[in-house]
Write a protein that binds this ligand. Structure first.
Ligand SMILES: C=C(O[C@@H]1C=C(C(=O)O)C=C[C@H]1O)C(=O)O
Length: 372
């Protein structure tokens, strides 16, 4: 064969792809050189390295540019998330704290959001994430705030009562919780399955039809379950041990996903908050999170909420927790649409404060609707 490309259409197409890749890498580096200059301006200033308002604008712009293109929108988003991760490394490497151990869904959310170029620190407990962000040992921290099936995460809400004056809510991410059956063996060899009780509950129908006789053994976390299954396999390859956990846990502990997305309800989503000592700038679509306790008189909660209603400010979320100061005294957590630096929002928050014994703005951040 003398001229391979003329006679082989596959080779011709691959040559075209190689040409485009050369240009793409060159363009990515052109972008990176601008990012380095941005980093120089930020050095020695108080401008944060991670700028959620700018990131939201970039993401929106590229999604718009890709409309009418053939490339999947979610793949463009994923590429740009990694692009941002590379930008952080060029400006200043970032440390991200999360609720471990490695391989949990919190770890997965952190790595999907902040990408391959950040350092990640397992802080073992939700309050540990708050503490290390407050001390400045990590740049940002990620904590779960609510699950679409299980509801609010009390430990996170309670931690705000302790840490509200030392940090801010800086962003939010949503992660689709998809369970895999992880093992080192074959599907027909599975005899026992390790996982969190919640994971067993959320995969009940699937397990009942696929593995009605497999023993179900509770573990501390889905990551611990994966580790246990591997340990047993190393001691006894015939043990038939498997685990239900994230695909990341499988990668980390060396198990392969025998089955993916085995949950009964596919729309299982956990929302995480990003914590920081910095404050965000206004973006096109923000949310503001507020914590308050009301005065002790009938209708006091309604008085606070009606301030937002009167001013036509949408309330997207409400939770309550015992105030920890007096029995039957509650602290409320709400999210409203808008940014605290917007004068109209600041005025309305001031009006609401007049009806409260205590009101703290926990932070404003771009509303993140994407499910990672
Ligand atoms: C380059 C910047 O820094 C970061 C990287 C961004 C990017 O790569 O586009 C966008 C926002 C920031 O999180 C910036 O602030 O503009």
């Amino acid at each position: 064969m003398t001229d391979e490309t003329n006679e082989d259409p596959l080779a011709e197409l691959r040559k075209n792809i190689d040409d485009v890749d050369r240009q793409l890498v060159d363009l990515i580096n052109q972008r990176a050189r601008h990012v380095i200059e941005v980093g120089k301006i930020k050095q020695g200033s108080s401008i944060p390295i991670y700028a959620p308002h700018r990131e939201a604008a970039v993401m929106k712009k590229v999604a718009q540019l890709n409309k009418g293109g053939v490339f999947p929108q979610e793949a463009i988003e994923a590429i740009y998330r990694e692009m941002m991760s590379g930008s952080f490394k060029l400006e200043q490497p970032l440390r991200i704290g999360y609720l471990g151990p490695i391989g949990t869904f919190s770890h997965l959310a952190a790595t999907k959001k902040f990408g391959a170029c950040c350092e990640y620190e397992d802080l073992r407990a939700i309050e540990g994430v708050f503490e290390e962000v407050a001390r400045g040992h990590v740049n940002y921290g990620l904590v779960p705030i609510e699950n679409s099936i299980g509801g609010g995460i009390n430990e996170t809400l309670d931690s705000f009562m302790t840490y509200h004056d030392r940090l801010n809510i800086y962003g939010e991410v949503r992660l689709g919780i998809h369970f895999c059956l992880l093992s080192t063996g074959k599907p027909e060899d599975v005899k026992k399955i390790y996982s969190r009780p919640e994971a067993f509950a959320q995969c009940r129908n699937w397990l009942a039809t696929q593995y009605p006789n497999a023993e179900r053994i509770p573990a501390e976390s889905t990551a611990a379950a994966a580790r246990q299954a591997v340990d047993e396999y190393l001691i006894d390859p015939e043990s038939g041990a498997a685990a239900i956990g994230s695909s990341l846990a499988g990668e980390i502990y060396g198990l392969h996903p025998l089955f993916q997305a085995i949950e009964d309800r596919q729309s299982n989503v956990t929302r995480f908050l990003i914590l920081s000592r910095e404050e965000t700038e206004i973006s096109k679509k923000d949310k503001t999170s507020i914590m308050f306790t009301t005065d002790h008189h009938p209708g006091s909660l309604v008085d606070v909420l009606s301030v937002f209603k009167r001013n036509q400010i949408n309330l997207s979320h409400i939770e309550k927790r015992p105030s920890r100061e007096e029995n039957w005294d509650y602290t409320f957590f709400i999210e409203i649409e808008g940014h605290r630096k917007d004068v109209a929002i600041a005025t309305v928050v001031g009006e609401a404060r007049a009806h409260c014994s205590n009101l703290t703005v926990l932070g404003s951040f771009p509303a993140g609707e994407t499910v990672l």
